[in-house]
Design a binder for this molecule. Structure first.
Ligand code: GLN
Length: 260
């Protein structure tokens, strides 16, 4: 009886060795939140980088993240959340990567690490076609007192809070979605919306009577956020991204969504 038990034990050990991989490591030996998966935290309200189409989350960031996951032998899993929760989710070990047209800022670099930049974003101003706001500088004019719509916790929110609200030059109204801020502009609750150029173009195309000012508010870099506690994953994702930029994959993904 003892012998049989020992035999069963031996067989079980061999089987578990054959099964191979440790619980939280991929074929590449990377530690991720869920074994074999690369969990992407995003906010699918940001066309053309991430948005819902036919019930599926798609877009530039999703395709880039998927290509990275494939290179690393991992399966991409998307977690859709408020933009404001992405950094804490990555920092708190709930997601492996934050990919959300996310701008690299000094403040965010204190919370998470960022990969190489894969795109440039521009903060632009959306106004109604007959608006008295004709240039970005109009927002900073003494006594201007405009109400500015933004998406909560985005750089559009941060910059306009610092430059306009904190200076007593106007008020910032924060919405959970960029689309909600645009709706507030249409219904006259805000005088303009500050948001990234590509979603701005998409929102203006979908809504009549709106336009984007020619002057830019800020130019910034998008990159992928990764926990400061997983430097192996940062290096692996960064190298994969660099390869995808070099071999033209990133450009061809971007070209599919952003017409030149
Ligand atoms: N680029 C902006 C930021 O990082 C907005 C990103 C977004 O709304 N998804 O704050």
């Amino acid at each position: 009886m003892k012998k049989l038990f020992a035999l069963i034990l031996a067989v079980m050990m061999v089987l578990s060795m054959l099964a191979g991989c440790a619980p939280s490591a991929s074929t590449s030996g990377l530690k991720t939140v869920e074994a074999g998966k690369l969990i992407m935290a995003t906010n699918a309200e940001f066309p053309p980088y991430e948005f819902v189409e036919g019930g599926k989350i798609t877009g530039i960031d999703v395709e880039i993240a998927d290509a990275i996951a494939k290179k690393l032998g991992l399966e991409l899993k998307i977690e859709n959340m408020e933009f404001d929760s992405i950094i804490s989710s990555v920092k708190g070990g709930k997601a492996d990567i934050g990919v959300a047209g996310m701008t690299v800022t000094p403040e965010r670099l204190e919370e998470v690490s960022f990969t190489t930049s894969y795109a440039t974003g521009v903060q632009v101003v959306i106004v109604t076609e007959n608006s008295t706001i004709t240039a970005v500088d109009d927002l900073f004019a003494e006594g201007a007192n405009h109400t500015i719509g933004v998406q909560l916790a985005t750089t559009g929110d941060l910059y306009s809070t610092w430059d306009i609200e904190d200076e007593g030059l106007g008020t910032v109204d924060r919405y959970n979605k960029g689309a909600d801020a645009v709706m507030a502009l249409k219904t006259g609750k805000v005088d303009c919306v500050i948001i990234d150029n590509e979603p701005a173009k998409a929102f203006v195309a979908e809504n009549e009577g709106l336009k984007i000012l020619d002057t830019e508010y800020a130019v910034e870099d998008y990159a992928i956020a990764i926990s400061k506690n997983n430097s192996e994953l940062l290096t692996a994702v960064d190298n994969a991204l660099k390869e995808l930029i070099k071999d033209g994959t990133v450009a061809s993904i971007v070209g599919k969504y952003i017409g030149k």
